[in-house]
Design a protein around this ligand. Structure first.
Ligand SMILES: NC(=O)c1ccc[n+]([C@@H]2O[C@H](COP(=O)([O-])OP(=O)(O)OC[C@H]3O[C@@H](n4cnc5c(N)ncnc54)[C@H](OP(=O)(O)O)[C@@H]3O)[C@@H](O)[C@H]2O)c1
Length: 176
């Protein structure tokens, strides 16, 4: 059994980026601390190639050997030099195939780390079991979202936590 948890931080108005600016600089210290602590619960991570490139230096600086990261790209062959077997691997498989491979390799807890294209694809395929959302106390008015596409998925709210006086964390479980 592989549990897939979508983890994201967003503005009050539902944007995961500040307009077109890449990166998550808007995230609070409280969220960063929560995020890195929470990642310890997972034995594998999935992220899109664009999100990987934004955190590539820190991933590789840490030698990245503690858990498997699958980087989603249509061109895995161009990233062969950056591969660290069992730690940083590139794949062009479908979301279903990526998860099936992780299951076959004995993984049980998978964090889906974005960005928008990656979240969308796994949500559209109905492959997200839980959604962990940090709401930062900002409005952006525009930017990327968890998904721009129409999706019909329902969740139940399992837990709310104040990470700091202004920052809310919500844990949802998919109901159908
Ligand atoms: N607030 C948050 O919690 C949060 C979390 C994560 C990211 N973000 C932000 O989100 C932004 C990035 O999101 P994004 O949507 O632009 O990019 P992304 O999801 O990180 O990566 C997109 C890439 O995924 C690959 N991909 C897409 N469809 C694919 C398919 N069918 N098969 C194989 N690979 C596929 C492609 O890589 P190739 O082009 O290499 O083929 C595509 O360029 C950044 O600004 C980042 O800071 C925010």
């Amino acid at each position: 059994m592989l549990n897939v948890v979508l983890i994201a931080a967003q503005s009050i108005d539902g944007f995961i980026t500040r307009s077109e600016e890449p990166g998550t600089d808007f995230c609070s210290q409280a969220d960063q601390e929560f995020f890195f602590k929470a990642l310890k619960e997972f034995d594998c991570l999935i992220m899109g190639r664009k999100t990987y490139e934004l955190s590539r230096e820190s991933i590789h600086a840490s030698k990245a050997t503690n858990r498997l990261r699958k980087i989603w790209t249509r061109n895995p062959e161009t990233w062969e030099q950056s591969e660290i077997p069992r730690a940083v691997e590139f794949t062009g498989k479908t979301p279903e195939e990526v998860l099936s491979e992780l299951r076959d390799r004995g993984k049980t807890q998978c964090a889906l780390l974005g960005g928008e294209e990656t979240y969308s694809a796994f949500l559209n395929a109905g492959l997200v079991d839980e959604l962990w959302l940090t709401v930062e106390p900002v409005l952006f008015g525009s930017g990327k979202r968890i998904s721009q596409n129409r999706i019909e998925t329902s969740f139940s709210l399992e837990k709310t936590e104040r990470l700091s006086p202004d920052v809310l964390h919500l844990k949802y479980k998919r109901t159908r």
